[in-house]
Design a binder for this molecule. Structure first.
Ligand code: SF4
Length: 422
């Protein structure tokens, strides 16, 4: 490798030899075109991601966000939701995952019964939550029937809750267990109550990094094919990306290209949500990680490149609250959720905690007006007057946790009859 060639060593994700002035001008002209609504090629996106100054990326991404949301560009949204983990038993053994237990590991594995799940739904409603994310391992016994039964029971008891859950990997798994097509699996769980897919399991879609971190998962092409089938059946989704497990810059951009190509046909991805790998308690042992700097560059590139995906979601859970605020200036129009319960990335080391009042404050001090949104991104409540802000301090993240050891485990709020660790 000569000194002018980019370093594509896995894990060295930002590799920037000093660009020439001519390159600078070329990058700026691509950013100007994007800010005016023009489409950026994958090659241009890679050039921007590698070489464009961070502030220039942020400026262009923010211009695109403001143009897209003209009239409401002063607003940043959040949602109140709860992840409900139904089991950690999983046959897929992803190398970045700290949550799962192999089926034979009976000391670590657990499942929740339906009554427990319904009590968690009841707490979500009690706290003003509108969405649940049903999330768990690929249990060797859970086919389509399991999800039909649970979604139907949740919808019967709590018709107001939106079930925004699962992804192509779970569909592939449950269809295999039940020996039905993925089309039939999607139709049946949708009929039972699933409203939309959360886009879980996308990880990294290109073949090399996907095989390296999730060798037993379906291919990235298959993941997208199943999402496209779902979109065709009227079940929309979000899309995600796991950053920081040793993928190259080119592979990050390829992930975006794969999503954009499908979205050109299906129009079913509502949002793109990048998040960062957490290093504890998993096979990868934290040998690589994405920095906040890389995360912000990715958010901006996503807003610039994914001209057909409506929303870009920033996160405070994996990158921290200050980075979450910055995300709102790098193309994000949404700051995710007050996660009433979260165990998956928490078990891999994500230690950030928050609550609704703090999220409102974070959004406001990032110079945006906070608005609680629905799963479909409609504004439910615009908090345009701080004097009218909710003062209920019960709406906090991580009300309960099965994943954390130590003093944070099973924090209890007896006044809410919140369930502790099982
Ligand atoms: S990420 Fe999901 S599929 Fe992979 S091991 Fe963890 S629980 Fe299983």
């Amino acid at each position: 490798m000569t000194s002018n060639e980019p370093d594509i060593t896995p894990g060295k994700a930002v590799d920037m030899p000093r660009p020439s002035e001519a390159t600078d001008r070329g990058l700026q002209s691509v950013l100007d075109r994007a800010a005016e609504g023009g489409r950026v090629t994958p090659e241009e996106a890679l050039g921007l991601y590698r070489f464009a100054p961070l502030h220039a990326l942020g400026q262009a991404a923010d211009a695109i966000r403001r143009r897209r949301y003209a009239g409401t560009e002063h607003i940043a949204t959040y949602i109140i939701e709860r992840n409900i983990n139904y089991t950690n038993v999983c046959v897929t053994a992803c190398r970045f995952c700290a949550f799962y237990a192999a089926p034979k590991d009976t000391a670590k594995g657990w499942t929740r019964d339906l009554d427990d799940i319904l009590r968690r739904c009841a707490e979500t409603v009690e706290l003003g939550g509108t969405q649940i994310m049903f999330q768990g391992g690929h249990h060797p016994d859970y086919g389509v029937e399991y999800y039909e039964e649970h979604f139907a029971a949740i919808k019967k008891a709590f018709p107001q809750l939106v079930i925004h859950s699962l992804g192509a990997s779970e569909v592939e798994h449950m269809a295999r267990i039940s020996k039905v097509s993925v089309e039939e699996a999607i139709q049946r769980i949708h009929a039972a109550g699933l409203d939309s897919f959360a886009g879980a399991g996308a990880e990294l879609l290109p073949a090399r990094p996907r095989k390296a971190i999730a060798p037993l998962k379906e291919s990235g092409e298959r993941w997208l094919e199943i999402m496209e089938v779902a979109h065709g059946l009227g079940v929309e989704s979000t899309s995600t990306m796991l950053m920081g497990t040793g993928e190259t810059n080119a592979e990050r951009i390829e992930h975006l290209r794969m999503i954009r190509d499908v979205q050109d046909r299906s129009h079913g991805f509502r949002a793109f949500i990048p998040y960062t790998y957490q290093p504890e308690n998993n096979h990868l042992k934290g040998q690589t990680q994405a920095t906040v700097f890389e995360y912000l560059r990715m958010l901006a590139i996503a807003r610039i490149f994914l001209d057909n995906v409506p929303h870009i979601q920033g996160s405070w859970l994996t990158v921290g609250k200050e980075a979450g605020q910055l995300a709102l200036h790098y193309g994000a129009d949404d700051l995710g959720s007050v996660m009433l319960e979260e165990n998956v990335v928490s078990s891999a080391g994500a230690k950030h905690r928050s609550n609704r009042m703090e999220l409102l404050q974070l959004i406001r001090s990032a110079d945006r007006v906070p608005a609680q949104r629905a799963t479909t991104y409609e504004h439910l409540v615009v908090h345009d007057d701080p004097a009218n802000d909710p003062v209920d301090d019960h709406v906090v993240s991580h009300l309960s946790s099965t994943a954390l050891d130590g003093p944070d485990a099973a924090r209890s709020h007896p006044e809410l009859k919140v369930i502790g660790a099982s």
